[in-house]
Design a protein around this ligand. Structure first.
Ligand SMILES: [Fe+2]
Length: 163
């Protein structure tokens, strides 16, 4: 029995969606691990705020990892589960030990830039395959991440000196 036989989706047309989601899965796995690194290792005055924020972000990333993998299964693919394989294809690179909050925030913003761009690719492929479920999933991710980008940029920007 095959899932696609029941979902009225065309196997050929969802090929690019599967490819894009597999890439996104690898990138989210490395992102998750980097967020753990930041959560554990940052030091200094912003510790309490950033320690908590990184926990919120890695929990969110873990949820997305699961959603992406399960969407791949729904599309008839087998999600990669080996970290060694993720590292071979991920565009997000493993971070070295990061103790500086600003460096960690810059890393997160750089990763969001990559993820957002990849999600737009997946959304386009899903739209071409009439795969509304993946379109909606990517749209949800983009909505949350564009808001997060605004907040992280605001957090990282020095305010104008008050009169
Ligand atoms: Fe913790």
């Amino acid at each position: 029995m095959r899932t696609l036989d029941y979902s009225s989706l065309d196997e050929k047309r969802v090929e690019n969606v599967v490819k894009g989601l597999a890439q996104l899965l690898a990138d989210f796995q490395v992102y998750y691990t980097n967020l753990r690194n930041f959560h554990w290792n940052i030091k200094g005055r912003g510790f309490f705020v950033m320690h908590a924020k990184f926990e919120e972000l890695y929990n969110d990333a873990a949820e997305k990892v699961d959603e992406i993998a399960e969407r791949l299964l729904q599309l008839g693919a087998v999600p990669e589960s080996k970290f060694s394989e993720y590292l071979k294809v991920a565009n997000v690179k493993e971070a070295e030990l990061v103790e500086c909050g600003r460096e960690a925030m810059d890393n997160v913003l750089g990763t969001l830039r990559l993820l957002i761009s990849q999600e737009r690719e997946v959304l386009k492929a899903a739209s071409e395959a009439n795969d509304e479920v993946t379109v909606a999933l990517m749209s949800d991710y983009l909505k949350g991440q564009e808001k997060l980008v605004w907040m992280l940029v605001a957090f990282s920007t020095k305010r104008q000196r008050e009169e």
